[in-house]
Design a protein around this ligand. Structure first.
Ligand SMILES: NC(=O)c1ccc[n+]([C@@H]2O[C@H](COP(=O)([O-])OP(=O)(O)OC[C@H]3O[C@@H](n4cnc5c(N)ncnc54)[C@H](OP(=O)(O)O)[C@@H]3O)[C@@H](O)[C@H]2O)c1
Length: 215
């Protein structure tokens, strides 16, 4: 796949690196310094390069949105609203100090985003785990027992692509249903963040859903 990274920070930088290591073509974009984008691309290998958000959008079929909620409009302005693209978002609708969600219960960040880019196929994925686990999950991707990663969306093709990317990074994907399920997965991440950052066991936390076999 050709994947454009919109927001090359903790999430976008790491996920883009892992997508490239898996074999996808990646364009890193949207950071405050071009030098950082170039360094990320160099470290991610020959399938990665640095570009502008407009280039990332033009030259990719899939875009990962990984910016703070306050930067979403700015980055979308630079990408002409992603017509026809699959937009995978890990961005959460957090307030300025990242203490709480500003959209919840009756809507979600993912649904607000989908309304901003009506011609894109929006899927919410990767936003429910801390960035600190991503490289470890990738290292252990061939193990039989892998952590779950929830995703949700309304477009079947978009979901197929997100499912594959989740698998490529090393998680066991779990389709949580339509995009409006992000109303529940987004606040769930606040619980995950609490477990990751408030305890004394470190931020490398994942989760796993299991169905008991009927006897
Ligand atoms: N971090 C996590 O563990 C985690 C987990 C789940 C979901 N999320 C969500 O994922 C999204 C991304 O989080 P993150 O932690 O990856 O954020 P981050 O590290 O701050 O990355 C955001 C990216 O946006 C760039 N940026 C910010 N302001 C900019 C500006 N004015 N012009 C150009 N680029 C700008 C940053 O540039 P620089 O690189 O120059 O700073 C950075 O590359 C957020 O919505 C967050 O809620 C994060």
């Amino acid at each position: 796949m050709r994947i454009g990274i919109l927001g090359s920070g903790l999430m976008g930088g790491k996920l883009g690196t892992l997508f490239a290591r898996h074999g996808h073509e990646v364009v890193f974009s949207y950071a405050r310094s071009e030098r950082k984008l170039k360094r990320l691309a160099r470290d991610a290998g020959e399938r990665a390069r640095a570009g502008t958000p407009a280039e990332a959008a033009r030259e990719s079929d899939v875009l990962l949105l990984a910016v703070h909620w306050s930067r979403v409009d700015d980055v979308l302005k630079q990408t002409c609203n992603l017509p026809g693209k699959v937009g995978v978002t890990c961005s959460l609708p957090m307030n300025a100090n990242d203490a709480d969600v500003v959209v919840a219960h009756t809507s979600s960040g993912a649904e607000v985003l989908a309304r901003k880019v009506p011609r894109a196929k929006v899927v919410a994925a990767f936003g429910t785990v801390p960035s600190e686990v991503l490289f470890d999950v990738f290292e252990r991707r061939r193990r039989a027992r892998r952590p779950t990663l929830l995703y949700c969306g309304d477009d079947p093709r978009g979901k197929e692509i997100a499912d594959q990317l989740v698998r490529d990074v090393g998680f066991e994907p779990l389709d949580a249903g339509p995009l409006r399920m992000a109303r529940y997965t987004e606040p769930f991440t606040l619980l995950i963040a609490r477990l990751a950052y408030a305890g004394d066991r470190g931020p490398e936390v994942t989760y796993r859903f299991e169905w008991m076999r009927r006897e």
